[in-house]
Design a protein around this ligand. Sequence first.
Ligand SMILES: Cc1cc2nc3c(=O)[nH]c(=O)nc-3n(C[C@H](O)[C@H](O)[C@H](O)COP(=O)(O)OP(=O)(O)OC[C@H]3O[C@@H](n4cnc5c(N)ncnc54)[C@H](O)[C@@H]3O)c2cc1C
Ligand code: SF4
Length: 512
Amino acid sequence: MTVLRVILGDQLSPRLANVAGAETGRDVFLIAEVMAEATYVRHHVKKIAFLFSAMRHFAEALRAAGHIVRYVALDEAANTQSLEGEIRRAVEALQPSRIAVTEPGEWRLRENFEAMRDGLGVPFDILPDTRFLCSHADFDAWAEGRRELRMEYFYREMRRRHGLLMEPDGTPAGGRWNFDADNRKPPKQGLTSPPRISFRKDAITLAVLDLVRRHFPDGYGRLEPFHFAVTRRQALRELDHFIAEILPGFGDHQDAMVKGEPYLSHSLLAAYLNAGLIDPLEVCRKAEAAYREGLAPLNAAEGFIRQILGWREYVRGIYWRFMPGYVERNALGAAEPLPWFYWSGETRMACMREAFAQTHDHAYSHHIQRLMVTGNFALLAGIDPKAVHEWYLAVYADAYEWVEAPNTLGMALYADGGLLASKPYAASGNYINRMSNFCSGCAYDPARAVGAGACPFNALYWDFLARHRDRFSRNARMPHVYATWDRMAPDKQAALRHQAEAHRAAMREGRL
Ligand SMILES: Cc1cc2nc3c(=O)[nH]c(=O)nc-3n(C[C@H](O)[C@H](O)[C@H](O)COP(=O)(O)OP(=O)(O)OC[C@H]3O[C@@H](n4cnc5c(N)ncnc54)[C@H](O)[C@@H]3O)c2cc1C
Ligand code: SF4
C-alpha cells in the first residue's frame, strides 16, 4: 500500500504532515526538477540553483532517514518536464494506493492538482500547509464582515493568538503594538552591512551550478558567487547569526538604502522561509527570546516579528481570499509596457540602476528598494501591473506568487484599489534622497522637478496625483498633498504635467 508523496520545491520541511507522516521503507517521495516550473516566468538563475540544490539536499536527508525517494533530475532523459507528467509517470511505475501532496502556494498549481485529483483514478489527498500560522479558514473568519482588511489589526490578533511579545496581563510588550516610529532613520554616513556568513559549495551544489549554466545560458541574473544556505542546518546557522549579530540593528535603519550595500541589517531569510528550510514560528520565537534576554531592543524585535507574523501571513491570506481575480486587477488603469531597463539595468536614474544591479547580482534587494524605488517608479509612471508582477515574480530568490502578488499589485501599485494599502506608496525624489545616498551619484537632480536634469520621480509624482485626483483627493490620509498641488500656480502645474509626459516618452524610448 505505497503512498506516493509529492514534495514541491518550496515544501522542503520535515515538519509537514506529508513528510512527517510517511512510512519508512514503504512510501515513496517524488521530487522533480521540471522545465515547466523553472521557466513559467524568467526566474533568476540563482533562484533556480538555490531551489534545485536545496531539493537535492532534502532528498539526501530523506534517504539518510531511511525513506525511498524518486528524484527526477532536470537532465534525466525520461523527464517529461512537467509536474503532472512526472506524477503520471510515477503512478504508472509504482502503482501507489494513494497520492499525497501538500497544498501548493500558487493558485495555478492548486487548480492543476485539483484537476488531477478528479481525473487520475488514484485517491489524491491535498493536505493543508501547516507551516503557516494562520490557516485559510482563520483568515477568512478574521476578514468576514470587515469593511477594511488592514494588516495592523490582523497583526494584533496574531500576536495575541500566538502569545508573541505579549505580557501576562494581555498587553503588548513595551505598552505599544508597533514601534515603527523608531525605525525610519535615514542612513548615517558610512552605514554598511554587517558581515554575513556564507557556505562552502559541496559536490551537490557544484553539480547544480553546472546544470544551471548549461540549461539556462540566457537566464536572467548572475549565477556566481553563490552563497545561499541549501540545507535546514545551514539556514538555521544563518538564522542564528542574524539573531545574534544583526537583529539588534534591524529596526533603526530598516528603511535606509545605501549604494553598494544590498543587505544592511535585513535578515535575508525570506528565501529560506518560503522554501520551507526554516519555519516562521521558530524564527519569531528566536527574535522574541533575543529581546527577552536583553540582546535586541524592542523596536528591532517587534519590527522584525511584525514582518513575519503580520505581513507575511496577511499577504498570504489576501492572496487566497481574492484569487483567481487578484492578479488581473488594475484599479488605476495603468497600461505602459514594462521598460526594458527593468531587465537590462540601463538607466540614468542612479537609484533604479542600483536596485537593478543588486537584483541582477544577488537575486535580492531589500523591501524599501522593491517598494519605494522600482515599485514606486512603476506606480508613478503607470506601468501595466501584470507586467510588473511578472518581473517581481521572476527576479528574486524569495519570489512565489502567494507573497509577491499582493506586495506588487496591492502594496506597490495600488492595483487592487486599496484592498491592502490605505493609500498609495507614492513618493517623489525627495523621499529617496532622504533615505539613501543614491542621488549624489545621479545624472538627475532630486531638488528639481522640471527642466533639464530634473529628477523623474518629482514630475511623475505630481502627475500621478493629478491623474488620479478623483480617487485620492477624498482619501483621509492625503488632503495635505492635494492642498499643496492646489496652491501651485496653473502654469507650474502644467509644466509638471508636461515634464511627466516627457519622462514617459523618454522611458518608452529607453532614454530615461
Ligand atoms: C513589490 C514587492 C515585491 C515583493 N515580493 C516578495 C516575494 O516575492 N517574496 C517575499 O518573500 N517577499 C516579497 N516582498 C516582501 C519583502 O520585500 C521581502 O520579504 C523582503 O525584502 C525579503 O528580504 P529579507 O528576508 O531580508 O527580509 P527582512 O527585511 O529581513 O524581513 C524579515 C522577513 O519578513 C518577511 N516580510 C517582510 N516584509 C514582508 C512583506 N511585505 N510581505 C511578506 N513578507 C514580508 C519576509 O519573510 C522576510 O524574510 C515584496 C515586497 C515588495 C514591495
Ligand atoms: S535624483 Fe531622482 S532619479 Fe536620481 S537617484 Fe535621486 S531619486 Fe533617483
